[in-house]
Write a protein that binds this ligand. Structure first.
Ligand code: GLC
Length: 629
């Protein structure tokens, strides 16, 4: 590694003449820098960009920006940084609950979200992830994931001042705002892309451009297809740059060239500026794809972890109250590195989506057995200290089945094509009303639909079948009961709390009809939500979910750090202990199951308060959260 010691003193105590009294968070940042994290960051940066002549200039810019943004960091935020430094597990307790929504679909915009705060508070929400609210590309924009300006907001949602007012309001209510940080690509109308189109060599090198097919042909055979139907291939010819542009997702989403140190610094600045606006959690979008390597899938490359470690160190210096959350939708075995290795001081993300668990739960619900869940949980490792899974039932994306390929191939094999057909309603036993995503016919890619629609609520409602409806509500609660008890930070997806069904309006909308994920991005029907008809499925789900959330809040053993130990109670049932105090049993079968617990004595289900012995019957699709009576 080269010696770049001369840049090391960029953050050393202020030279005489600099007014430290008016320095915002700078003194704290300087102290953290000196406590070695600064030099660790520097080492990492120069290891990553070892042979790049641009690295020293990029580094100088980073340290200068770090100082000026530290100066600008508000006292309320530096106070949060300080408080969390002494409680690094602040996001792991049983009182933490996440909520995921598009600001416009939820409440029109930033001010609207602020006006519905009581809704979130009544649910017990402590973390609100608003899907991309940065200024998106004009026209089609992948639900906001094609960002035209990271420092501006979508004008439909409000202004930057409205955003800052919202973060302050949320903070006062002990709700942390989460934001996507779309790291892998920008929109093709981002100012960097526009500069590249104008021929600026500095910005051409922000992207991965190939003058002819030689490069693309070298990479393409090994690369996955994210949207094989609507955006096949990973490269797009763009006249304006006279090149094939690397576009992993849609053709208008240009992959960034993270091998360029200026890209690292530009994104680091974006991260710090957003943190200064009060964003407390960053969802690092599509993290697995940041580094490309010929002959590989160009996912999960070692340099990706290098980058994440560097971003973590940067935030430990700049804003240690902020969390990093990995969105790496990869098989279970490839996930643990995204947390880093705390023992050797190599931390990466605090949180990562447990997408295998989410998809496995849907497999189990469709099959009426817990086999897939048992396989996934048996393989789920304990996490490093102060790290947690993010558990969820649904989100704005499809349920991607490919993360489960290995588990599906174990004996007895589980047919994912059948599962996909089940959720598309193409299966004789299906209770689900969903749609297959990015596949025509027999292929297996993903499934779309809201929880209630996939669990049979909407079909039963339409049929006017009260018994089927009650059972379907139990399925919704079973899915959420799992995610609330298994260990991690659980997320509610907007609308699920009232069993909202699919939104098929996208099929008639020329701007959205090519994108099936709009099926599960409905508008929040406030008039209905605020006055749920008594006895309706919506009211049952809302009440059932509230009971689960309240029960969770009172069980210290559901803190994310307590181990989850599987118990074998047969194929239909998923059973695990959390710590030494709590035993959860969930029946995925459509019939009641006789349970014989290996631990004798009396138990109490904390949700219903029912007393049970070690032998009892567990009704179809139901759950008990047991503690010693
Ligand atoms: C993430 C988002 C998804 C988006 C993709 C590309 O996976 O969750 O909605 O399409 O990134 O940005």
């Amino acid at each position: 590694m080269s010696d770049h010691g001369s840049e090391a003193n960029a953050l050393t105590p202020a030279a005489p003449g600099i007014d430290v009294s008016d320095a915002g968070g700078l003194p704290l940042v300087r102290a953290r820098w000196e406590a070695k994290r600064g030099s660790a960051l520097q080492q990492l940066f120069f290891a990553l960009y070892e042979h790049d002549a641009r690295a020293p200039a990029a580094w100088a810019r980073l340290t200068a920006q770090l100082q000026s943004l530290a100066r600008a960091r508000e006292p309320a935020l530096t106070a949060l940084d300080q408080a969390r430094a002494t409680r690094p597990d602040w996001f792991m307790g049983p009182d933490m609950l996440g909520y995921l929504a598009y600001a416009d679909r939820f409440a029109g915009g930033f001010n609207g979200v602020g006006a519905q705060l009581d809704w979130l508070q009544q649910l017990g929400v402590r973390y609100l992830h608003l899907l991309p609210f940065t200024r998106p590309r004009v026209g089609d924009n992948d639900g906001g994931f094609a960002v035209a300006d990271y420092d501006d907001v979508d004008p439909r949602l409000g202004t930057v001042a409205d955003l800052c007012a919202l973060t302050a309001k949320l903070r006062a209510a002990s709700i942390s705002l989460g934001s996507d940080l779309v790291l892998n690509h920008t929109a093709d109308d981002h100012v960097w892309a526009r500069a590249a189109k104008a021929g600026d060599p500095h910005y051409r090198d922000f992207y991965l451009l190939f003058p002819d097919r030689t490069g693309p042909n070298q990479y393409e055979p090994d690369l996955p297809q994210i949207f094989p139907i609507t955006a096949p291939g990973n490269f797009t010819w763009v006249d304006a740059v006279q090149a094939w542009v690397w576009t992993t997702f849609y053709p208008y989403q240009w992959d960034l060239n993270w091998a360029n140190p200026h890209v690292f610094v530009a994104m680091a600045e974006v991260l710090m500026r957003a943190a200064n606006r009060g964003v407390e959690v960053f969802r690092l979008d599509s993290t697995a794809f940041l580094w490309k390597r010929a002959g590989t899938r160009s996912m999960n490359q070692p340099e990706v972890h290098h980058i994440l470690r560097a971003l973590r160190l940067l935030m430990e210096v700049f804003a240690p109250g902020v969390l990093l959350k990995a969105e790496a939708i990869v098989p279970m075995r490839e996930l643990p590195p995204y947390f880093g290795d705390a023992e050797i001081g190599r931390r990466e993300c605090h949180l990562a989506y447990h997408s295998s668990l989410m998809a496995a739960a849907w497999v189990s619900l469709s099959r009426g057995d817990a086999l897939m869940l048992q396989r996934v949980l048996a393989d789920t490792p304990a996490l490093p200290a102060d790290c947690s899974w993010l558990t969820y039932v649904r989100c704005h994306d499809d349920i991607g089945w490919s993360v489960l390929r290995r588990e599906a191939d174990l004996e007895p094999a589980i047919d994912l094509a059948q599962v996909s057909a089940f959720y598309a309603g193409r299966h004789p036993e299906s209770f689900a009303e969903g749609e297959a995503f990015q596949t025509d016919g027999a292929g297996v890619h993903g499934s779309n639909g809201m929880t209630a629609a996939l669990s049979g609520v909407t079909a039963a409602e339409r049929a006017g079948d009260a018994r089927a409806l009650a059972v379907a509500c139990d399925r919704v609660l079973l899915m959420y009961g799992l995610m609330l008890s298994v260990g991690g930070l659980p997320m509610l997806y907007m609308g699920d709390e009232i069993g909202l069904g699919n939104d098929v309006s996208y099929q008639e909308d020329p701007e959205r009809q090519h994108e099936g994920r709009w099926l599960h991005r409905p508008l929040m029907p406030w008039a209905y939500a605020r006055a749920l008809p008594e006895g309706s499925a919506a009211a049952q789900i809302r009440a059932g979910l509230t009971a689960l959330i309240r029960a969770r809040q009172h069980l210290p053993a559901l803190h994310a750090s307590f181990p989850c130990q599987l118990l074998d109670l047969g194929a239909s049932v998923l059973a695990y202990t959390r710590g030494t105090d709590v035993l959860v049993v969930l029946n995925f079968a459509p019939t009641p199951v006789e349970i014989h617990l290996p631990m004798k004595g009396a138990w109490r289900d904390v949700i219903t308060n029912r007393l049970l012995q070690h032998r009892f019957e567990l009704p179809a699709w139901s759950q008990y959260w047991l503690v010693r009576a």
